[in-house]
Design a protein around this ligand. Structure first.
Ligand SMILES: C[S@@+](CC[C@H](N)C(=O)[O-])C[C@H]1O[C@@H](n2cnc3c(N)ncnc32)[C@H](O)[C@@H]1O
Length: 245
């Protein structure tokens, strides 16, 4: 599994400014997460804390962000130092979470797509389930396991591209190239299909597993904007998932 975000932490942070992140990714994920008043939450693979902060601002009483990358956690802590929200950030591996204090919600934007095989996916799902109370929810967005990326359209007008150079099968790498003003950078995800995800989640103890298509925010839904987003909405490179333990 290739997950070294330390060298690209700052570039990844800037990629969160691309319009699709707000109009689609963030809008859909936060709608699914809903009101968190008084709840406890853990944001796994929190990166520089983009969703961790939003979850806290949605009213969660206690929020912890966990990520494998020291560089990402440093960026998250810098922002916490500048604008204190009372969020704790820890370096940790989703595959080894023990869940000393089970939460009401675990979020994990773009974690599961780092599993290169079924065993890694199972370890991630088990780690997440360990951190949840019975009845607790797991909400996530990932590279779409149902998309056949070798025949996907170009997403260049949204600021990124996806490329597959190997035979399409379990574990095939999917390269995402993000185009920023000062040049591109790449990250790599791995293909595991929908059925493999559902089996791992079910084995981990999730009894409700619902996939959600992306939703366009009101600002992206104006008559002038809606056509611009049609390629993304009709051939979504990302998929949202809501599970209950
Ligand atoms: C694409 S970034 C997403 C960051 C953040 N969730 C967001 O949406 O802005 C993926 C993150 O997953 C983290 N990651 C990958 N494998 C992990 C693991 N096994 N445990 C914890 N974090 C992991 C990486 O370090 C990286 O910060």
């Amino acid at each position: 599994m290739t997950t070294d975000y330390d060298p690209i932490a700052e570039q990844y942070q800037r990629s969160k400014q691309q319009p699709w992140r707000h109009c689609i990714e963030c809008h859909t994920l936060m709608e699914l997460i809903g009101d968190l008043s008084g709840m406890s939450a853990m944001d796994v693979a929190c990166g520089e804390g983009f969703y961790t902060r939003l979850i806290r601002q949605r009213g969660a009483a206690r929020v912890v962000g966990v990520d494998l990358s020291q560089g990402m956690i440093e960026l998250a802590r810098q922002q916490e130092a500048r604008h204190q929200l009372g969020v704790d950030y820890l370096v940790g591996d989703a595959r080894e979470l023990s869940g000393a204090e089970p939460c009401d919600l675990v979020s994990a934007a773009y974690l599961l797509n780092y599993a290169g095989n079924r065993q890694e996916l199972q370890a991630m799902c088990d780690g997440i389930a360990n951190c949840l109370k019975p009845g607790g929810r797991f909400i996530t967005v990932n590279c779409n396991p149902a998309r056949h990326f070798p025949t996907a359209p170009s997403y260049r007008k949204y600021g990124f591209e996806t490329t597959v150079t190997e035979e399409w099968r379990e574990g095939t790498p999917i390269r995402w190239t993000f185009h920023l003003e000062d040049g591109p950078f790449d990250i790599e995800n791995y293909h595991l299909d929908t059925a493999i995800h559902e089996a791992a989640l079910s084995n981990a103890g999730f009894h409700t597993i619902r996939w959600h298509a992306p939703r366009l925010s009101p600002e992206g839904s104006s008559p002038t904007e809606v056509g611009f987003w049609s390629t993304f909405m009709d051939h979504s490179p990302v998929a949202f998932l809501e599970c209950v333990k």
